[in-house]
Design a protein around this ligand. Structure first.
Ligand SMILES: Cc1cc2nc3c(=O)[nH]c(=O)nc-3n(C[C@H](O)[C@H](O)[C@H](O)COP(=O)(O)OP(=O)(O)OC[C@H]3O[C@@H](n4cnc5c(N)ncnc54)[C@H](O)[C@@H]3O)c2cc1C
Length: 389
């Protein structure tokens, strides 16, 4: 029996899940709080089983056609002098694409089969055992067989059904801002980054005539950071990056003028169960591993494929499907979350007094074969999951 399903969140996981559910005959509504399709963001990449999922969706060629083809990330000191470089194969996964290009490809793949509602949020959820009764921010109401929360790290679905964000979100002591900026250095399929103790600034671009994408990371477990406070966060980054060399003064000017900045903290979500009754979570809402894992998009695509597959296999027994979905995915999620913790620890240890040692290690990546070996190792976790068939 097909279900009437509400998906809350139209980022990456929302349309990915809708793709499969509509093909399995379910009626799907997606609500997205943004007034229209969001673009922007930095690059995201696909690894291991995510490529198989894209292929099954028939989207791999479109994604490859929009791939950034990004080259290396050159690490510089405060004077702009190169101290090392990270080859593309180490930092860009197997296929890299801009976040906004991916949201557009996914949207176009499902928009004709899904009832999309932009500019709306879920404000109340009542699972009465037979249906989930939903109230929306515009005052309208609806009733669904199942509700899936695909509304990201700060999931409203999770807050309404599983409890406050503080109960389930672990902060990892770092926050970041992504924004577009004038490409003053005419970067072309490459990036540059300046890493100082607790602060990392990077510029990346694939076209010398188009804006570059800037990112600023700040490590400070004590910092008072609210991802929603755009002006306060602009001030925070300006203060903390004041007096730094390289391109930082220009990056700070760009930050001050940027109309849109994607600010957030590096955090992870830990839940005992991805589902309660007829409400289930997926993507960052369920297990956010953080951008430092490099696995957010891969996990979202793979997780949605598994959830839809288990729902299809279990038929009406959605509870069995939700349980099996969690059993299959949770160990993989844990491995991806550990990748982020390890990356942050390495960064902490190597960005202070040990920076010269780190630079020696980076120079070794130029030796043929060494970068391939490192890339293979970084893909090992991503590839440690087999899709159910
Ligand atoms: C604007 C934006 C830019 C991003 N840029 C990058 C990037 O450059 N690099 C990177 O690695 N990751 C980025 N991410 C995060 C990345 O997409 C996720 O880590 C990952 O792909 C998992 O996707 P998701 O769909 O679970 O979560 P998200 O991509 O975060 O999507 C969640 C969606 O739900 C919507 N939403 C949130 N709350 C509600 C609500 N209460 N009601 C309705 N809708 C809601 C959000 O607007 C968003 O569209 C970005 C996310 C966003 C929202």
């Amino acid at each position: 029996m097909p279900f009437d399903i509400l998906i809350n969140g139209g980022g990456i996981a929302g349309p990915s899940l809708a793709f499969w559910l509509t093909r399995h005959g379910h009626a799907v509504t997606i609500v997205e709080q943004a007034p229209q399709l969001r673009t922007g963001g930095q690059a995201v990449d696909f690894r291991g089983p995510a490529l198989t999922v894209l292929e099954k969706m028939g989207l791999l060629d479109r994604v490859k056609a929009a791939a950034t083809q990004m080259g290396p990330l050159v690490l510089v000191d405060g004077q702009g002098k190169e101290v090392g470089r990270l080859p593309a194969e180490v930092i860009s996964g197997e296929v890299e694409i801009h976040w906004g290009d991916l949201t557009r490809i996914l949207y176009e793949a499902v928009c004709n089969d899904v009832n999309y509602r932009f500019g709306v949020r879920v404000t109340a959820l009542d699972d009465d055992g037979d249906r989930v009764n939903v109230t929306f921010s515009d005052g309208s109401t609806g009733s669904y067989d199942l509700v899936i929360g695909a509304d990201g790290l700060h999931s409203g679905t999770r807050r309404l059904v599983f409890g406050s964000e503080e109960q389930h979100v672990t902060q990892l002591g770092q926050c970041f801002g992504f924004f577009d900026i004038e490409n003053r250095l005419w970067l072309d399929h490459c990036g540059m980054a300046y890493i100082d103790a607790g602060r990392t600034a990077a510029l990346q671009a694939i076209d010398p005539d188009k804006p570059a994408r800037a990112s600023l990371f700040l490590s400070d477990p004590e910092v008072d950071f609210d991802y929603r406070d755009t002006e306060g966060n602009k001030r925070l980054f300006r203060q903390r990056y004041a007096g730094m060399g390289w391109e930082i003064p220009h990056i700070l000017e760009g930050l001050a003028e940027a109309p849109e900045v994607y600010f957030d903290s590096i955090a992870q979500v830990h839940l005992d169960s991805y589902a309660r009754g007829r409400v289930c979570l997926t993507g960052d809402a369920a297990w956010c591993a953080s951008p430092r894992s490099g696995m957010g998009t891969t996990l979202a695509l793979v997780g949605c494929y598994v959830l839809a597959h288990e729902m299809h296999t279990a038929g009406e027994d959605y509870a069995a499907a939700f349980a099996r979905y969690q059993r299959l995915l949770a160990p993989y999620v844990a491995r991806c979350q550990k990748t982020a913790i390890d990356a942050l620890r390495t960064e902490r240890v190597s960005s202070g007094r040990l920076a010269p040692l780190r630079n020696v290690a980076l120079r070794m990546l130029r030796i043929p074969g060494v970068s391939k070996l490192v890339a293979r190792q970084s893909l090992a976790v991503a590839r440690s999951f087999s899709l159910p068939s």
